[in-house]
Design a protein around this ligand. Structure first.
Ligand code: NAD
Length: 354
């Protein structure tokens, strides 16, 4: 076995259907009494549910969480938290709301309890992405990691099938890249393969039976494992491309991940034969070919395959390639201009990865 280093992230996880009811116990466990509840406007009802569960013992409700965590919203939430004398934040929602919780927590030191409702995985990471004046920046700090994460499968029943599919593939992408991360290790490999297996086997069921308790449970379990991979090791080409594309051309997060993933893996494939073999073993119907397995999965999910379907222009392909190359990063296969442009062009056009 090759030598490795492994850092376990601190943080408590409470998983299961109905686990939302354990929120009061988790608040007390951290000696807190005045949480500020956070959500998007779309999930204000779920935030209201939290208020009921906490018997109204909250500092307030802030339901203006917004995609890409703009700092002007964070400033507004901070003022409200201060005025209401909040001693903690509880975020309920996807990566956007969790991002707001992290942004408040890192600025104030308030503990953060996180209740994810998508498969995006931000809850298990010490990474925060924020936008100011239209520019997205990312920072990492161990203090950003939420103190407690409650995964209540029941909350995912309302996640629309389209977002369930793409958010699930977003999670798979974290695990895939963790398998070939420069600082990967045997623990992360176990989590990653189990996470991909759980998601790849449950996501197609969610398309036909979105409220299947078994499939929802398996998908959320897989998402947790994949999120742990994202929170533990470095990401490479796939995440860098998605960051560039999402940030520069305002493309939707989960859809971009879904479209780019097979192309990014196909680019890296020649440099990672062992990973490709392991991947093919956890992707159903792959016949020993991970790219085929992924294409079959995306087909079953009915996912959109071209970035142009989200408004990206053909002339943006060159710009995206330039941005991707202007910011050098580690990748198992060196990032070269011509082949990377071709990866982006294929993803833009919606062609099959190869
Ligand atoms: P999102 O949080 O933007 O949610 C999308 C929409 O779905 C929102 O309107 C939300 O209210 C709604 N929604 C969420 N859960 C729902 C549910 N169960 N039922 C009904 N509606 C629901 O989407 P996302 O994909 O979870 O997060 C994307 C953002 O998270 C991006 O900004 C991305 O950069 C960030 N992110 C950060 C990290 C990190 O480690 N920092 C990791 C992953 C994603």
């Amino acid at each position: 076995m090759e030598s490795f280093e492994y850092n376990a992230n601190p943080g408590r996880v409470v998983f299961g259907g109905g686990s939302l009811q354990k929120l009061p116990a988790e608040v007390s466990r951290l000696n807190l009494s005045a949480p500020l509840l956070l959500s998007t406007p779309q999930q204000a009802e779920q935030a209201g549910q939290l208020k009921t569960i906490l018997n109204g013992n909250i500092a307030g409700l802030f339901t203006e969480a917004t995609m890409h965590t703009p700092t002007y919203i964070t400033e507004k939430a901070l003022e409200y938290a201060k005025a209401q004398k909040a001693d903690s934040v509880v975020s309920i929602g996807g990566g956007s709301t969790i991002g707001l919780g992290k942004a408040i927590s890192i600025r104030t030191g308030l503990p953060h309890i996180c209740i994810p409702t998508t498969y995006a995985g931000s809850e298990m990471t010490s990474i925060l992405g924020e936008t100011k004046d239209g520019r997205k920046t990312t920072r990492s700090d161990p203090k950003i990691l939420p103190a407690t994460v409650i995964y209540d499968v029941d909350l995912t029943m309302t996640l629309p099938t389209g977002l369930s599919a793409t958010s699930g593939v977003n999670a798979i992408a974290h695990a895939v890249e963790s398998l070939y991360a420069r600082n990967t290790n045997p623990v992360i490999n176990l989590l990653a393969l189990e996470g991909i297996r759980a998601l790849a086997s449950s996501l197609p069921t969610l398309i036909t039976s979105p409220t299947s308790p078994t499939a929802r449970s398996s998908a959320f379990y897989g998402a947790w494992l994949c999120a742990s991979c994202l929170g533990s090791v470095g990401m490479a080409l796939h995440h860098k491309l998605c960051h560039t594309l999402g940030g520069s051309f305002n493309l939707p997060h989960a859809d971009t991940h879904t479209i780019v993933l097979p192309h990014a893996i196909a680019y890296n494939a020649p440099a990672i034969p062992d990973v490709m073999k392991k991947l093919s073993e956890v992707l159903p119907e792959s016949d020993g070919n991970a790219i085929k397995g992924l294409n079959v999965l995306l087909e079953k999910l009915g996912a959109k395959r071209g970035l142009r379907e989200f408004g990206m222009k053909e002339e943006d392909v060159d710009k995206a390639a330039e941005i991707a190359l202007s910011n050098p990063y580690w990748n198992p296969r060196p990032v070269e201009k011509g082949p990377i442009r071709e990866v982006i062009r294929r993803a833009w056009a919606g062609e099959e990865a190869r």
